[in-house]
Unconditional design. Structure first.
Length: 343
């Protein structure tokens, strides 16, 4: 799941997720949307800085999800709505204190296993890995860190390369990655917003045969075929974008290929100003000479603007079953199903 927030649609999604009886849960960022509330009843449309966000929303989120998270472990990454930047420049403060994760330091456990983010070490609590022996290794990356520019000198990139290199695929067959902002997206909202990260990180994930990426940010559902550099390629991972957890901002419904003719940045990408302050780096890419496609790309396998959740069942070392469940009543439905076969 990703981008749940706290709405009626969130509650429906959560009930369905609990009914799926997962052994663990993944949240690909944008937990609470506290930065869109000035008080219990006063919602604002522009995200507030951390000094002014309505922090009780974090407590409400914890109570809402307690029936699930009191019995199921949660793995997660931060989204843009966790940034909540404070006047002194600190980011992700509420997220870091409420949802600590293993540190990015190597070595045995120690009392500093859950350090706070600092200016000198901004990635603490923002990237880490979890392993279920004999089944999978799951790596969580941040799309957002102070002053982050994606390149191979990036501390997160160097850490990721070490993590991938150390995985013994004969003992840990499946390799998954989650970050908040997707690399492949055919919705108008946030279109190619995380292109800089894709251009730098994708070759590394392909080199080490990452199987699946689970992402959020786009408030709808989309699954790709195995893809590399905007082309169907069995050497690439499957990308599953599911920022459809029920958030207050609503669903994204415009497919970029259906609105590209009337979308300014498709014709003038050099003037593209959609990149927000939390993602200031802009990288352009063109496919068949176009910034925006004119039809659904071949790499996009299934897409639908609906709320829901997904479940991965690892059958064995080579086969996993993915099911996306829509929220629709009276019977919650399986909107998309696929068997993912390891290369």
């Amino acid at each position: 799941m990703a981008d749940p927030g706290q709405t009626y649609n969130t509650s429906v999604m959560l009930d369905h997720l609990i009914s799926s009886q997962p052994q663990l849960a993944v949240l690909a960022g944008d937990f609470v949307y506290a930065d869109q509330w000035a008080s219990q009843d006063q919602r604002i449309t522009k995200a507030l800085s951390g000094k002014f966000t309505y922090q009780p929303k974090w407590d409400m989120f914890g109570r809402l999800f307690e029936p699930l998270l009191s019995v199921v472990p949660l793995m997660h990454t931060n989204g843009n709505h966790e940034i909540e930047q404070l006047p002194d420049g600190r980011r992700n403060n509420a997220y870091n204190h409420r949802y600590p994760v293993p540190t990015n330091k190597y070595g045995p456990p120690n009392p500093t296993s859950f350090p706070a983010v600092t200016t000198s070490d901004p990635y603490n609590n923002l990237y880490y890995s979890v392993e279920v022996p004999g089944v999978f290794k799951y790596i969580f990356l941040t799309s957002y860190s102070p002053g982050q520019v994606f390149d191979q000198s990036d501390e997160q990139y160097k850490w990721l390369e070490k993590e991938l290199r150390l995985v013994d695929r004969t003992k840990t067959p499946w390799l998954l990655v989650t970050t908040h902002a997707p690399w492949y997206n055919t919705y108008k909202g946030h279109y190619k917003e995380n292109e800089c990260m894709r251009q730098v990180y994708e070759p590394l994930l392909v080199k080490y045969s990452v199987d699946i990426l689970v992402l959020g940010h786009i408030h709808s559902y989309e699954r790709t075929k195995p893809v590399v550099n905007y082309e169907v390629n069995e050497a690439g991972p499957v990308h599953i974008t599911m920022g459809d957890g029920g958030n207050i901002e609503g669903l994204y419904k415009d497919f970029i290929d259906e609105v590209q003719a009337s979308t300014f940045f498709c014709a003038h990408p050099e003037n593209y100003t959609q990149f927000p302050s939390y993602q200031p780096q802009a990288c352009l890419s063109f496919q068949q000479g176009q910034y925006c496609p004119t039809s659904q790309p071949a790499w996009s396998a299934y897409r639908e603007p609906s709320f829901g959740h997904g479940v991965i069942d690892f059958a064995n070392a080579t086969h996993a079953f993915w099911t996306w469940h829509k929220n629709q009543w009276p019977e919650w439905q399986s909107g998309d199903q696929v068997t993912i076969i390891r290369r």
